[in-house]
Design a protein around this ligand. Structure first.
Ligand code: URA
Length: 190
């Protein structure tokens, strides 16, 4: 079991997979380390790699707008992490070995944060964390209980930028998330 400080140091020194060779920064995560709600994306893109923070490009701006709609913010009441902490070159999907090797870091983040609700942003996070057979177009917005922690998947903000027709569905999913937070979280909306 790591402290946050130990986790940060170990993660910054990680060379378990080849992504370490091309990264500028390890992107561990951002937000409130005692959040009840954890968002998990896929992996850093170019902007995130340069800044060392998740979701700072166009998709990140959209994510912040989506969060604001339901009273959430990365500065105050949620934490945002990714499945892999280093940028896959050319923004390719992270390979399964890279995901597996990086999962220890996310597991450590789960142990430290102990979230009540986990929101998977997009297919990669949802198939890793909820169900390998999950189909994001079919299963977004559904709730899954896994040992007392509840999970849902949203369309990835980059997918919403590519296809704005998905936005109304995401609005419904966000309202469902807001309702669930009000039901089971104690401090998120304090
Ligand atoms: N897309 C992701 O999945 N994660 C980021 O941090 C940025 C873009």
């Amino acid at each position: 079991m790591y402290t946050w400080e130990e986790l940060e140091t170990a993660c910054n020194e990680c060379n378990k997979c080849e992504l370490h060779q091309t990264r500028t920064n390890v992107v561990l995560g951002v937000g409130n380390r005692s959040a009840e709600v954890l968002f998990v994306g896929e992996g850093p893109g170019e902007n995130e790699d340069l800044r060392g923070e998740p979701f700072v490009g166009r998709a990140g701006k959209l994510l912040d707008d989506m969060l604001e709609l339901i009273g959430l913010s990365r500065k105050h009441n949620i934490y945002i992490a990714n499945i892999v902490k280093c940028r896959p070159p050319g923004n390719r999907d992270p390979h399964s070995t890279e995901r597996e090797l990086c999962m220890d870091w996310l597991r450590a983040q789960f142990s430290l944060i102990k979230p009540k609700i986990v929101v998977c942003l997009g297919r990669v996070a949802a198939t890793e964390l909820i169900d390998k057979d999950l189909k994001i177009t079919r299963d977004h917005g559904k709730w899954y209980d896994k040992d007392g922690t509840i999970f849902m998947a949203l369309f990835h903000p980059a997918a919403l930028l590519r296809d704005p027709h998905k936005k109304p569905d995401t609005f419904v999913d966000l309202k469902s998330l807001e309702k669930m937070i009000k039901e089971i979280c104690e401090k998120t909306y304090e």
